[in-house]
Design a protein around this ligand. Structure first.
Ligand code: FAD
Ligand code: SIN
Length: 519
C-alpha cells in the first residue's frame, strides 16, 4: 500500500487530520479496532472553548496555566485557546451538534479548575456525537480509505534499512509503518510520504481506567523504539470519579460536569471532606480532588467514596445526564435517591510524543496529535475538557504544515518486508495475559496517584523482569496484537517510571511523599 498521508488512529485527532489533508492527496486511515472505538467515543463532559464575551481568552489561559502547575508552555496555551473558536465552528460545519438553551445560545457547562461556564457539550455523551460526525464525513470522502482492524506495529525509519539509529541521530525519517492485518494475520508494509500518529492514551497501563481497550500507548512506544523524543510521561491524570463497579473495564465515568452542576463528594458516612483539602471543594483541579479521595480511602480503608447528586433533582439529572442516569439505574442505583459510589481511575496521559506547534515530532515526516502527543498545553496537569480541544487544534496545524511539506517528499521504495522468519506460534496466551495483569498491578500499587522513591524503585525492578521475559517471548514468536500491545504497555510503564524517578519534586499530577510540595 502506498499513500500520501498515512493516519494511524480514528479518534478525533486522526479523523480531523484526515479530513483536512484529503484535498491534497491520497489518505489511508488505519485503526486497530472498529472505527469508532477509542477514547473519543467515551468523552462525556465536552470541549472547552471561549464562545461568548461573558468569558475571555485570558481567563481560559489562566485556568489552563494554573491547572498545569505552572509548567505549561505558555505560547502553546495561548495558541490553542485562541484558535479554539475557529476549530469549533468547523466541527459544527461537519454537522456535530452541541446542546443549546431555549434562548438559542449554547448551553455551556463548567468543570473543575474552570473559572467560567465554557464547556460545549452534547448531553453527557459529547464524544460519541463528535466521533459520529467526523466518521460520517470521512466515510463520504472519496480520497480517504478507512481500514478497520489494522494494527500498526512499528513506524518505518532508516533503522529498517540497516542503518544504526540512536537518540542522537539528527535526521531520523519516517517512511510509513508495518501493519498487522487482523484478518490475514500478515504484517503488511504501508509506505507514506507523511505519517500521522493519533493512537490515543495509555490507560491500560493501570488496573482501573476509564480508557477503552485500545488505549495501550502504541504510538508513544513506537516513537520511543524509533528513538524519537517522548516527554512528561510522569503526568498521568486520574479522574476522581469513575463509577465503582468492580470488574467493569473500562470503568464507567461520572463526568466532572456533574460536580459543575452542584454534586458533592462525600465519605462513607455521608460527610463532605473536600474542605480539608482545598477551598474550591469538589470543583478543585483534578489532581487535588483525586489525591484527596485517595487519601480518604486510605485513611478509612474504604474501597470507594460517594458523589451526592440527589439534590439536583430527578428532572435535571435525567435531562442533563441521561446516560449516567440510565447506567446507574441498570446497576440498581437511582441517582435521584442514592449517592453514587465512586473511586479514581487512570484517565489521561498528559505527556507523550514531543511535537512542535505544527504537530511535527522529532522524526521527520512523522506527526502526532491528540492524546499520544505532548504539546506543552497541559504541563503538569490537564484542565478538564482541554484534550478534545488540543486534538482539533493540533490536527489542523499539522495538516496545514503537512500539506506544504508533502510536495517535496517522495515515497521510498527500498523498504524491506517484515521479517517473520523462524518465528513460532505462541501457544500459551497466559504468558501474555498474566504478565499484563502483573504490570497493571505494579503500576497501580507503586506508580499511581501517590508515589515514593522506594515504590518507584520496586516498580522498576519488577518491570525489568517483565520486560526481559516479554522480549524473549517476542523474539521467538509470530507477532500478535496482544503480544505487541503488551510490549507497548511495558515501554510506556518504563517511560512513566523513568520520568517519575527523574523528577525529584512533587508537582502537578506527580506527587511523591519524599518531596512534600512547597507551601
Ligand atoms: P482516541 O480517540 O483514543 O483514538 C485512538 C485511535 O487510535 C483509535 O482509533 C485506536 O483504535 C487507534 N489505535 C491505537 N493504537 C493503534 C495501532 N497500533 N494501530 C492502529 N490503530 C491504533 N476529553 C475532553 O476534552 N473532554 C471530555 O469530556 C473528555 N471525557 C473523557 C471521558 C472518558 C471516559 C475518557 C476515556 C476520556 C475523556 N476525555 C475527554 C479525553 C479525550 O476523550 C481523549 O483524550 C481524546 O478523545 C483522545 O482522542 P485521540 O484521537 O487522541 O485518541
Ligand atoms: C469529564 O467529563 O469529567 C471528563 C472531562 C475530561 O476528561 O476532560
Amino acid at each position: 500500500m502506498e499513500v500520501d498521508f498515512l493516519v494511524i488512529g480514528s479518534g478525533i485527532a486522526g479523523l480531523s487530520f484526515a479530513l483536512k489533508v484529503a484535498e491534497y492527496g491520497k489518505v489511508c486511515v488505519l485503526t486497530k479496532a472498529a472505527a469508532d472505538e477509542g477514547s473519543t467515543k467515551y468523552a462525556q463532559g465536552g470541549i472547552a472553548a471561549v464562545i461568548y464575551d461573558t468569558d475571555s481568552f485570558d481567563k481560559h489561559i489562566q485556568d489552563t496555566l494554573i491547572a498545569g502547575a505552572g509548567i505549561c508552555d505558555e505560547d502553546t496555551v495561548r495558541m490553542t485557546i485562541t484558535e479554539a473558536p475557529d476549530r469549533i465552528k468547523e466541527l459544527i460545519r461537519y454537522g456535530i451538534r452541541f446542546d443549546k438553551r431555549p434562548d438559542g445560545l449554547y448551553d455551556l457547562h463548567r468543570e473543575g479548575g474552570h473559572s467560567n461556564f465554557r464547556i460545549l457539550h452534547h448531553k453527557d455523551n459529547t464524544g460519541a456525537e463528535v466521533e459520529r460526525g467526523l466518521l460520517e464525513e470521512v466515510r463520504n470522502h472519496p480520497n480517504i480509505t478507512l481500514s478497520e482492524h489494522h494494527y500498526a506495529v512499528e513506524i518505518i525509519t532508516q533503522h529498517h534499512l540497516g542503518q544504526w539509529v540512536t537518540h542522537h541521530t539528527p535526521d531520523i525519517e519516517c517512511y510509513g509503518a508495518y501493519v498487522l492485518n487482523s484478518q490475514t494475520k500478515k504484517v503488511e508494509t504501508y509506505l507514506a510520504k507523511i505519517t500521522m500518529l493519533a493512537t490515543g492514551g495509555i490507560g491500560n497501563v493501570y488496573t482501573t481506567t476509564t480508557n477503552p481497550i485500545t488505549a495501550t500507548g502504541d504510538g508513544v512506544a513506537m516513537v520511543h523504539r524509533a528513538r524519537g523524543k517522548v516527554s512528561d510521561m510522569e503526568f498521568v491524570q486520574f479522574h476522581p470519579t469513575s463509577l465503582y463497579n468492580p470488574g467493569e473495564r473500562p470503568a464507567f465515568l461520572i463526568t466532572e460536569a456533574m460536580r459543575g452542576a452542584g454534586a458533592i463528594l462525600k465519605d462513607a458516612h455521608g460527610n463532605e471532606f473536600m474542605q480539608k483539602y482545598d477551598q474550591r471543594l469538589s470543583l478543585a483541579p483534578r489532581d487535588i480532588v483525586a489525591r484527596a479521595i485517595d487519601n480518604e480511602m486510605k485513611i478509612s480503608g474504604a474501597e470507594h467514596l460517594y458523589l451526592d447528586a440527589r439534590h439536583l433533582g430527578k428532572s435535571v439529572l435525567m435531562e442533563s445526564f441521561p446516560n449516567i442516569y440510565a447506567k446507574c439505574l441498570e446497576l440498581g442505583i437511582n441517582i435521584a435517591k442514592d449517592m453514587i459510589p465512586i473511586r479514581p481511575a487512570a484517565h489521561y496521559q498528559c505527556g507523550g510524543i514531543v511535537v512542535d506547534k505544527n504537530g511535527e515530532s522529532s522524526i521527520h515526516h512523522l506527526y502526532a496529535a491528540g492524546e499520544c502527543s505532548r504539546t506543552g498545553l497541559h504541563g503538569g496537569n490537564r484542565l478538564a475538557s482541554n484534550s478534545l480541544l488540543e486534538a482539533i487544534v493540533y490536527a489542523h496545524n499539522a495538516a496545514m504544515d503537512a500539506i506544504e511539506k508533502v510536495k517535496n517528499i517522495s515515497v521510498r521504495h527500498d523498504i524491506p518486508s517484515w521479517n517473520a522468519e523462524g518465528m513460532v506460534f505462541n501457544e500459551e496466551m497466559v504468558l501474555i495475559t498474566q504478565t499484563r495483569k502483573e504490570l497493571q498491578e505494579l503500576m497501580s500499587n507503586y506508580v499511581g496517584i501517590v508515589r515514593s522513591n522506594l515504590r518507584l524503585k520496586r516498580a522498576y525492578d519488577r518491570l525489568s523482569l517483565i520486560y526481559k521475559e516479554t522480549e524473549d517471548l517476542y523474539n521467538r514468536s509470530v507477532l500478535t496484537e496482544e503480544l505487541s500491545e503488551l510490549r507497548n504497555l511495558i515501554a510506556c510503564a518504563y517511560l512513566i517510571i523513568r520520568a517519575a524517578t527523574q523528577r525529584q519534586e512533587s508537582i502537578g499530577l506527580h506527587y511523591s511523599v519524599d518531596y512534600p510540595p512547597q507551601k
